[in-house]
Ligand binder design. Structure first.
Ligand SMILES: Nc1ncnc2c1ncn2[C@@H]1O[C@H](COP(=O)(O)OP(=O)(O)O)[C@@H](O)[C@H]1O
Ligand SMILES: [Mg+2]
Length: 276
């Protein structure tokens, strides 16, 4: 690479500077439920705008707890958690609601209201900024237009009037992603979003999340239990084992040896080829 003369190089753009500032900073985080043992033990994590970070680890390693810690749902014992300017471990009165409005969430079981239309499900994402509303007729036409645009973006605008439960799993997860976008999140957390989907649909849902991270500049933290999916769809990988970060690095730089500590000494060997 040619060297750069620092006296003549152009100043970084605002976008470049923003790209480098983490939206999420977790430092030396410890979490214990009740009198139980530490389930997160000294975790550090940064999430930057526009990147997809895959969170890997065996069942019970603390993936969901780490995600919960980012939205103020985990019993933090010590350490710091900053999310979009919120000091999550020391939230001021009323700030919890603002924090949760800033974080779009996607779950393994989609968590849609099955009997309600796809459009209404997406509109519920707007409740974060509108406060409690009557679900029937309570949304503005601007909200409806935005929800339809988002359904178009995730490729299922033609299903807007169908009850959510009539959709396939992959389609339901697209609705859930549109719902998360409806709240105009600064961060997206996806906890095992493809664990209920077949391999082909898993790839398309993860591609959708990648596109959102890139195009909207939103960091996406996605927990996965299938290594090839993480390798194919993340910029960085963070591996947890017994509540500690045992792997952290750019996905492209991690090989099988580097990733081995995540599943080391598991009783059952991981079948990494079962879904991708
Ligand atoms: N609400 C809870 N109360 C007590 N222990 C919990 C609770 N949630 C999770 N744990 C424990 O914390 C550890 C980490 O769990 P979790 O964060 O769900 O891991 P993962 O998502 O990686 O499977 C596990 O030992 C689990 O049993
Ligand atoms: Mg979990």
């Amino acid at each position: 690479m040619p060297s750069v003369n620092p006296l003549t190089e152009p100043a970084p753009t605002t976008a470049e500077l923003r790209q480098n500032l983490p939206l999420v900073t977790v430092r030396d985080l410890r979490v214990a439920y009740g009198d139980g043992p530490l389930v997160l033990d000294g975790v550090d994590l940064d999430l930057h705008p526009g990147e997809v970070v895959a969170l890997l680890g065996s069942s019970g390693s603390g993936k969901s707890t780490l995600m919960r810690a980012l939205t103020g749902f985990a019993p933090v014992t010590s350490g710091s958690v900053r999310v979009a300017g919120h000091d999550v471990a020391n939230l001021q009165r009323g700030e919890l609601r603002d924090l949760r409005a800033d974080v779009g969430q996607v779950f393994q079981q989609f968590n849609l209201i099955g009997r309600m239309s796809v459009l209404t499900n997406v509109l519920t994402g707007a409740l974060h900024d509108a406060g409690p509303l009557n679900l029937v007729g309570g949304f503005s036409s601007a909200h409806r237009r935005r929800a339809l645009d988002l359904l178009d973006r995730v490729g299922i605008a033609h299903k807007a009037k169908d009850p959510a439960r009539s959709l396939s799993g992959g389609q339901q997860q697209r609705v859930a992603i549109a719902r998360a976008l409806m709240q105009q999140p600064k961060l997206i957390l996806a906890d095992e979003p493809v664990a209920s989907l077949d391999p082909r649909l898993s790839h398309t849902v993860l591609e959708l999340l990648q596109g959102i991270a890139r195009e909207d500049g939103i960091p996406v933290l996605v927990s996965l239990h299938v290594l090839p999916l993480a390798l194919a769809h993340s910029d960085r990988i963070v591996g947890l084992r017994h509540g500690e970060v045992v792997v952290s690095g750019r996905t492209a730089a991690l090989d099988a040896t580097a990733l081995a500590p995540i599943y080391a000494h598991d009783e059952e060997p991981r079948d990494v080829d079962d879904r991708a």
